[in-house]
Design a protein around this ligand. Structure first.
Ligand code: PLP
Length: 296
């Protein structure tokens, strides 16, 4: 039984250009307002693996969707959560950190250097038993997250699609999609970080050898880098919303959706293609934008 909504058909560009292809959006953003989208799938396996633990501990920046999703998933499963946050404690917490705190996450701010080394402050162990802490990598990267993400394609019958497209941060979700994909399907990833070429290996490292060539990354849709944006991106997101009533976020899905329609416009897909565009969620990230930039 599936708790995922069925993909919805949209084709604003395709119909305008009279291209014989279809685009369906799989709206993981509808699953939960905070643990939205792919984060939920990536955390599933960790919740199972933490059965004998009391606490989830993970790492993130002030705008990390993964951090707040971990906080929410922990609180829904009767677990405590600790978030190691990059940088000094700010005067005012970001929306993301506030939300994480509301879910009971114990936020510990560490210097950029300690963060880079993924050093856990000793104070954490003063009131937590190290054996009872389940560690989750930054961004949920790793095999457990990848296995959970496979279900994104498996909960509905997605076998008729020829292409599956998603935004890429750590690449864990994309690795899950590649892993669950069928031989006739091409999986396309849109990295939202600038020149993050190590992603190619990081994704392959999660996959069996036979799947190493099962995906393609398009590097030119980062809009300047992680969480960077410009007017063209906002214009696209607003137009897309007007045409489809589907909201996107400026960090991940806005860029992946822009890329998809751009690739369609550039005749990247052959006639008859059936594209599944995965809406990975992340909408709460838009709360950090100035009012009025987005119409939704
Ligand atoms: C975290 C996130 C991603 C990236 O997922 P990875 O598995 O790290 O590649 C994509 N979209 C949204 C909305 C996210 O929050």
């Amino acid at each position: 039984m599936s708790f995922l909504p069925q993909p919805v058909r949209i084709d604003p560009v395709a119909s305008r250009l009279s291209l014989p292809l279809t685009v369906d959006v799989l709206r993981l953003d509808l699953l939960h307002p905070v643990v939205s989208g792919n984060k939920w799938f990536k955390l599933k396996g960790h919740i199972g693996a933490a059965k004998d633990k009391t606490t989830l501990l993970t790492f993130g920046g002030a705008y990390s969707n993964h951090l707040v999703a971990t906080a929410a998933a922990a609180s829904m499963n009767g677990l405590k959560s600790i978030g190691i946050v990059r940088g000094e404690a700010p005067q005012t917490l970001s929306h993301t950190l506030l939300a994480a705190k509301e879910y009971g996450m114990d936020l510990r701010f560490v210097s950029r250097e300690d963060y880079r080394n993924k050093k856990i402050p000793g104070a954490v162990y003063e009131n937590n038993d190290a054996d009872k802490i389940h560690l989750i990598n930054e961004g949920g990267y790793g095999p457990l997250g990848m296995q959970g993400a496979m279900d994104i394609l498996l909960e509905n019958d997605t076998s008729s699609y020829t292409h599956v497209i998603a935004a890429v941060g750590t690449g864990t979700t994309l690795a899950g999609l590649v892993s669950a994909s069928l031989p006739h399907q091409k999986v396309i990833g849109i990295p939202v970080l600038k020149k993050a070429y190590s992603l190619q290996d990081e994704i392959q490292n999660l996959l069996p050898q036979a799947k190493h060539k099962g995906f393609e990354l398009f590097w030119d849709y980062h809009f300047g880098g992680y969480a960077k944006y410009n007017d063209a991106l906002f214009r696209f997101m607003n137009n897309f919303y007007k045409q489809t009533a589907i909201p996107t976020d400026f960090v991940y899905t806005g860029k992946a959706f822009f890329a998809t329609l751009d690739l369609i416009g550039n005749k990247h897909f052959s006639p008859g293609s059936k594209i599944l565009l995965v809406h990975t969620g992340g909408l709460q990230g838009n709360a950090s934008l100035k009012k009025g930039e987005l119409i939704f």
